[in-house]
Ligand binder design. Structure first.
Ligand code: FES
Length: 108
């Protein structure tokens, strides 16, 4: 068995519509999700709402595995959802699976 992922698998994008370093906002069920494609065609998915005051993280500046909130520049790790010091908090992250061109996330 491969690793277990939780939730329902939902297709949210195709790889070619994502641009490395530019977030994309998608809505899945009641969740707003920010997708980020990296240069190696892996994709990270986090809640599209900053834990500070709800800034749209899909519009943030990407640096490696981090995104800077467009409103007040909090730095958030997209792999584990953790806000980086000196600020604190976390956002929800979603498991991602890629099959060919199709990008899926798992939503609880
Ligand atoms: S809303 Fe994101 S840093 Fe303030």
């Amino acid at each position: 068995m491969n690793q277990t992922k939780n939730g329902n698998k939902v297709q949210v994008a195709v790889l070619s519509e994502l641009t490395p370093g530019v977030g994309k906002r998608v809505k899945v069920a009641d969740e707003e999700v920010a997708l980020f494609k990296k240069g190696d065609d892996t994709v990270l998915a986090i809640q599209n709402s900053c834990p500070h005051k709800g800034g749209p993280l899909s519009e943030g500046i990407v640096s490696g595995d981090h995104v800077f909130c467009p409103l007040h520049d909090w730095k958030i790790n997209m792999k584990d959802g953790q806000v980086q010091a000196p600020d604190h908090g976390c956002v929800k992250r979603f498991d991602v699976e890629i099959e060919g061109e199709a990008v899926f996330i798992y939503v609880a």
